[in-house]
Design a protein around this ligand. Structure first.
Ligand code: ADP
Ligand code: MG
Length: 341
């Protein structure tokens, strides 16, 4: 069934099973989905396939009869379709249907569960590395709060008391803001479909979290947002993707340097570039940074899961992630993802 290690697949059934298989197959190398069929024009995987530029049809027979198909995966569960396949498929075409396709679907579901657990694990590990940054950021307002409170105990001038009380409230609010950011970040991502998400404000929120990654010494942040930009994504996932990339950038600069955040639209895509003036990535590592568990950071600081999960997330939305890097100068990670026009 293998022609030069390349397998062509036709999917019958564009419901939940069809969607899950489409996602799996399009993420695998050496597999090409050459079409998907469902008699119901509103079946969800048909729209998904169209976005991926995979041909769709409402006539299963057309796909079954097509030449050059290595494998038909039938997830319709429809005996009539099963008969059609049996009587019309090319002899060399193999078929995966019934219980076998159900097992495959279960495996896909299991994989995507593991992926989201990995995602959450990476997030929690990240929380650990943020701890000292968070403590540092809370410490400053806390110091003001304690100093002024002690002062007020002795102070008799009403105006001074009022001014200091205002500072105490401000310091309290800063701590409250930090706590809100952390709790928002720590909660698990809500699984769900892609919805329009405003990119620029999501980046701003992500920067607030990523800044905890180091005790900042001298970091300038340049934002070049070209107008409002909305992309289709799960908001929690996009947020986590940005936190990961910005955290990496800040780590690479070791607290000193320039973080540049660009967003723009190009050829129907929303683009986000995160650039740093940090260490850069050695040529021999460029091919490895997306591998799970690849890290150059000391134990306790890196899990090596960040870029791996980022890439999986972006791929899920049929987006792209690219990197340009020069050792000693810095790196730019660019995300390309469908935008809402
Ligand atoms: N902006 C960057 N600048 C330099 N190196 C980077 C950058 N982003 C990622 N890397 C490299 O890629 C590796 C993997 O990144 P990642 O998957 O996020 O894992 P972790 O941050 O836990 O090490 C990092 O350890 C680092 O060597
Ligand atoms: Mg990382």
């Amino acid at each position: 069934m293998n022609n030069q290690d390349h397998t062509t697949i036709a999917i019958l059934g564009a419901g939940k099973g069809g969607s899950a298989l489409l996602e799996l197959f399009t993420n695998l190398p050496r597999i090409e989905v050459i079409g998907i069929a469902d008699r119901d024009a509103s079946a969800p995987a048909l729209a998904y396939a169209t976005r991926l530029h995979i041909p769709t049809t409402q006539d299963p027979l057309r796909l079954i009869r097509r030449a050059g198909v290595n494998l038909i995966v039938n997830v319709t569960g429809d005996p009539e379709i099963e008969n059609l396949v049996a009587s019309h498929k090319h002899t060399e075409t193999e078929v995966l249907g019934g219980a076998a396709s159900k097992v495959l679907w279960d495996l896909v579901k299991h994989t995507s569960q593991i992926q989201s657990q990995l995602f959450q694990a990476e997030k929690l590990a990240g929380m650990g590395t943020f701890a000292s940054g968070i403590a540092h950021d809370i410490n400053n307002p806390l110091y003001i709060l304690l100093a002024f409170s002690e002062n007020i105990l002795e102070e008799t001038d009403l105006d001074t008391i009022r001014t200091q009380a205002k500072s105490i409230i401000e310091a309290g609010k800063r701590i409250q803001g930090i706590c809100q950011n952390i709790t928002q970040y720590a909660r698990a991502a809500k699984p769900g479909d892609a919805i329009p998400v405003e990119v620029n404000s999501t980046i701003d929120e992500a920067v607030k979290i990523a800044q905890f990654a180091t005790i900042l010494q001298d970091l300038s942040i340049i934002k070049n947002y070209q107008g409002q930009l909305e992309v289709l994504a799960n908001p929690d996932e996009l947020f986590q993707v940005l936190v990961n990339l910005i955290t990496n950038a800040i780590h690479a600069m070791d607290g000193k340097g320039t973080l540049t955040l660009d967003t723009w639209q190009e050829n129907g895509f929303g683009k986000i570039a995160i650039s740093d003036t940090g260490s850069g990535i050695a040529k021999e590592n460029l091919g490895k940074i997306f591998d799970p568990f690849f890290t150059t950071k000391p134990k306790g600081q890196g899990t090596g899961l960040g870029l791996h999960t980022v890439k999986a997330m972006i791929k899920k939305y049929n987006g792209k992630l690219s990197v340009k890097s020069e050792v000693g100068k810095g790196s730019t990670f660019t995300i390309e993802i469908a935008h809402v026009s």
